[in-house]
Design a protein around this ligand. Structure first.
Ligand code: HGY
Ligand code: MN
Ligand code: MN
Ligand code: MN
Length: 417
């Protein structure tokens, strides 16, 4: 069994020590924990994980898409086939210490425990840190896993952030050459299964008093941006009925997102980015850009939501004499997990006497891209208060260790199948 240290004591246990050390590689000028993709902090975070992999006896490398891999060779009895485990180390701005990180450090811990218990798998074990899992300034998420699963196309490099900077021009900041990025690939034909340990990031496991979540489906996404072009005027002398106010058109559209998402309990609508030009209280806004996303367990609902937000933005703009350009990107339908892998995770949790429940993931994950090429499964552990993507994000040590235990047990079980 894995030792169960307490959080109160100095983080002596390796997993806690790793969590503690990695949580120090963040932007000190931001609250919470910020290790955003395309920053030196993220590059150092992936380098930290690579060092821990090497110290754990794994052969390591980084591919052209910034993904970091560690290989623990098996006996070869599986004919060179692999079991892959891992997640991401990048965070949202002012995020937490567990989202993605648990899946990376937990995977490294599995590699250590296998060796310490004298178990050599028939499969090779591959531990992976995917580059830029979080939705980045260019409107892409799960970027590193998208690159090696054929999801990325050359036109993605032309996606721009709110300052008009191309993703292709930002990749070198992450230590990645754009041409290498586009060429990056992985031979998933030799991967028997991919497993991702992750915090739930929601309230369900804690509310139900359940220890392990067995993910059934991961949410689908539809992302959008709406650029409103009005007329810049004096805020004091321009009568209300002659304005072309981009700010108000954007505001009406943001409320439409909330309304649209409100009609289905398992759907979500969020407008996390809003920019005005000029940014001034005494000027009627000329340009307003809204960027957001819909999520749902229904691909049909997502496509309807894309149509509805287009109609809403057009209506909010035209009644104000404002022009609007709406771009939508259906970033993937809901992704079902592989029944056989879910069954393995379930039986491992049961045999260890851990309470477990099947569940939907409202959070997106790299697993969605890997599911395009091989069997996949996700193991969730509870989030205290259901909070995530914020400094309050927290998971108890005992829950972390139970997640690692189920990951280890599932790897051993799949290896023997
Ligand atoms: O945004 C998400 O759902 C994930 O945490 N990247
Ligand atoms: Mn994550
Ligand atoms: Mn996240
Ligand atoms: Mn993920």
């Amino acid at each position: 069994m894995i030792p169960t240290p307490t959080l109160e004591s100095p983080p002596e246990d390796r997993l806690l020590a790793d969590l503690h050390d990695l949580s120090r590689i963040v932007d000190p000028d931001k609250p919470g924990w910020s290790r955003q993709a395309f920053t030196a902090f993220d590059r150092d975070g992936r380098a930290f994980a690579r060092r821990r992999m090497a110290e754990a006896g794994l052969e390591t490398w980084m591919d052209g898409a910034g993904n970091v891999f560690g290989l623990l060779r098996g006996t070869g009895a599986a004919g060179g086939r692999q079991i892959m485990i891992g997640s991401h180390t990048d965070t949202v701005e002012s995020g937490g210490r567990f989202d993605g990180i648990v899946g990376v450090l937990g995977a490294i811990e599995v590699a250590r425990l296998l060796q310490e218990s004298g178990v050599t798998l028939a499969h090779d074990l591959v531990v992976v840190v995917f580059f830029a899992e979080e939705a980045n300034p260019f409107g892409l998420g799960c970027t590193g896993s998208a690159a090696i699963t054929g999801v990325i196309r050359p036109h993605h490099l032309d996606r721009t952030d709110v300052d008009g900077r191309r993703m292709g021009d930002a990749l070198p900041d992450a230590g990645i050459e754009p041409e290498e990025f586009l060429r990056a690939t992985y031979d998933f034909s030799k991967v028997t299964a991919f497993l991702e340990l992750h915090i739930e990031q929601g309230p369900n496991l804690e509310a139900q008093g359940v220890q392990i979540g067995v993910v059934e489906t991961i949410t689908g996404f539809a992302r959008f941006s709406a650029l409103f072009r009005g007329r810049q005027d004096h805020a004091g002398t321009t009568p209300m009925d002659v304005r072309a106010d981009a700010c108000c058109a954007a505001a009406g559209t943001i409320l439409a997102v909330e309304r649209i998402a409100g009609d289905r309990p398992t759907s979500r609508g969020t407008c996390g980015m809003l920019t005005f030009t000029p940014m001034a209280v005494n000027v009627v806004t000329e340009l307003a850009e809204v960027r957001g996303e819909f999520r749902s367990d229904s691909g049909t609902w997502l496509r309807e939501a894309e149509q509805r937000i287009l109609e809403a933005a057009t209506a909010e703009a035209s009644t104000r004499g404002v022009e609007v350009e709406v771009e939508t990107a259906a970033d993937g339908d809901p992704t079902p997990m592989t029944p056989g892998v879910m069954g393995t995770i379930t039986s491992v949790a049961s045999e260890r006497g851990l309470s477990h429940a099947r569940m939907f993931s409202g959070a997106g994950h790299d697993t969605q891209n890997i599911a395009l090429h091989t069997d996949v499964g996700m193991i969730f552990v509870p989030s205290v208060g259901g909070r995530s993507h914020c400094p309050e994000e927290f998971t108890e040590t005992a829950d972390l260790l139970r997640g690692v235990e189920v990951l280890l047990g599932s790897v051993v079980r799949i290896d023997a199948q």
